[in-house]
Design a protein around this ligand. Structure first.
Ligand SMILES: NC(=O)c1ccc[n+]([C@@H]2O[C@H](COP(=O)([O-])OP(=O)(O)OC[C@H]3O[C@@H](n4cnc5c(N)ncnc54)[C@H](OP(=O)(O)O)[C@@H]3O)[C@@H](O)[C@H]2O)c1
Length: 246
C-alpha cells in the first residue's frame, strides 16, 4: 500500500499551478485533501474534479497572511478528517523588481505571503502533529532560495528564509517524528510570472519561462517525499527543467 493512501494533506495555494497539480497527484494516490486559497470558484472546481476520481476533498477559503485564518484552516481539517498528516505550505507570489524602484507594497506582500504564510502554516499544524508524534511539513522554496539575480533580491530573500525556517523546523522536531521537506522548483509553467507588475521585466521573464516544465513534475516530487517510509526524511529537492542553467 502506498504511504500516501489515507493521509490527510492540507495544501495552500491549491487554486492554481503547483498546488493544484499536487492536489490532483495526491488524490490519485488516495490522500484526503484539504484545499486552501483565496479564489473559491477554483477550489470548488478542483474539489469536484477530485471527487470525480473517487477521492475525498474539502476546501476552505483562506488567506495565508492571516494567522487566524490559518488556525481555522487547521481546525477545519481536524474537524473534517480527525488528523493532519501533511501540511504543504505552497502559496506564494513573485513580483520581481529592482530595489531602486521601491515597490514597498510588493515587498510587504511577498514577505507576508511567502514567509509569514509559511510560519503561520507551521504554527497551525504543529500542536496536533506533536501530540500524535507524527507529521510532515513541506515548504515550497525555489531555485531563487539558493541563488540571487538582479530583481530577485526580495523574492530570493523570502525563499532563502523558507529554507532556513524549514531546516530549523527539521532540527527542532525530528525527535517528535515530524518530517520537514524543502521543495525548490526551477522554472515551472504556472501563473506565477503574472504577479510581476513591470511590463518590460514581465515580458523578459515570460521569455525566460519558455523552457518551463509542467507543474505535475513538482507534484510528483512532493508525492515522492510523502510516500517514503515514516523513518525516512526527504529534506530537500531541487527540480529544474534540464535546459535551465541557473
Ligand atoms: N512557477 C515557478 O516557476 C516556481 C519556481 C519556484 C518556486 N515556485 C513557488 O511555487 C509556489 C506555487 O506557485 P505557482 O508557481 O504554482 O504559482 P501560481 O500558479 O501563481 O499559484 C500561486 C498560488 O498561491 C496562492 N496565493 C497567493 N496569495 C495567497 C494568499 N494571500 N493566501 C492564500 N493563497 C495565496 C494563489 O491562490 P489565490 O490567488 O486563489 O489565493 C495560488 O493558488 C510559490 O511559493 C512559488 O514561489 C514557483
Amino acid at each position: 500500500m502506498s504511504h500516501i493512501q489515507g493521509k490527510v494533506v492540507i495544501i495552500t495555494g491549491a487554486s492554481s499551478g503547483i498546488g493544484q497539480a499536487t492536489a490532483k497527484e495526491l488524490a490519485s494516490k488516495g490522500a484526503k485533501l484539504v484545499l486552501a486559497a483565496r479564489r473559491e470558484d477554483r477550489l470548488k472546481n478542483l474539489q469536484q474534479e477530485i471527487k470525480d476520481i473517487g477521492a475525498e476533498a474539502v476546501y476552505k477559503v483562506t488567506d495565508v497572511t492571516s494567522n487566524q485564518q490559518m488556525e481555522e484552516l487547521a481546525a477545519y481539517a481536524l474537524k473534517e478528517f480527525g488528523k493532519i498528516d501533511v501540511m504543504v505550505n505552497n502559496a506564494g507570489l513573485m513580483p520581481l523588481s529592482p530595489l531602486h524602484e521601491k515597490k514597498i507594497n510588493e515587498w510587504d506582500t511577498m514577505i507576508d505571503v511567502n514567509i509569514k504564510g509559511v510560519l503561520y502554516g507551521i504554527a497551525a499544524v504543529l500542536p496536533s502533529m506533536r501530540e500524535r508524534k507524527e507529521g510532515h511539513i513541506i515548504n515550497v522554496s525555489s531555485v531563487a532560495g539558493h541563488t540571487v539575480m538582479a530583481a530577485s533580491a526580495v523574492y530570493s530573500g523570502t525563499k532563502f528564509a523558507v529554507r532556513a525556517i524549514s531546516e530549523g523546523l527539521r532540527m527542532e522536531e525530528c525527535s517528535n517524528n515530524i518530517r520537514s521537506t524543502i521543495i525548490s522548483p526551477g522554472l515551472v509553467a504556472t501563473e506565477l510570472p503574472e504577479t510581476i507588475s513591470g511590463t518590460e521585466l514581465k515580458s523578459a521573464i515570460n521569455d525566460y519561462y519558455n523552457i518551463a516544465i509542467p507543474a505535475e513534475n513538482i507534484a510528483r516530487a512532493i508525492a515522492y517525499a510523502i510516500e517514503q517510509p515514516s523513518d525516512v526524511g526527504i529534506n530537500e529537492m531541487i527540480i529544474r527543467p534540464i535546459l535551465q542553467e541557473l
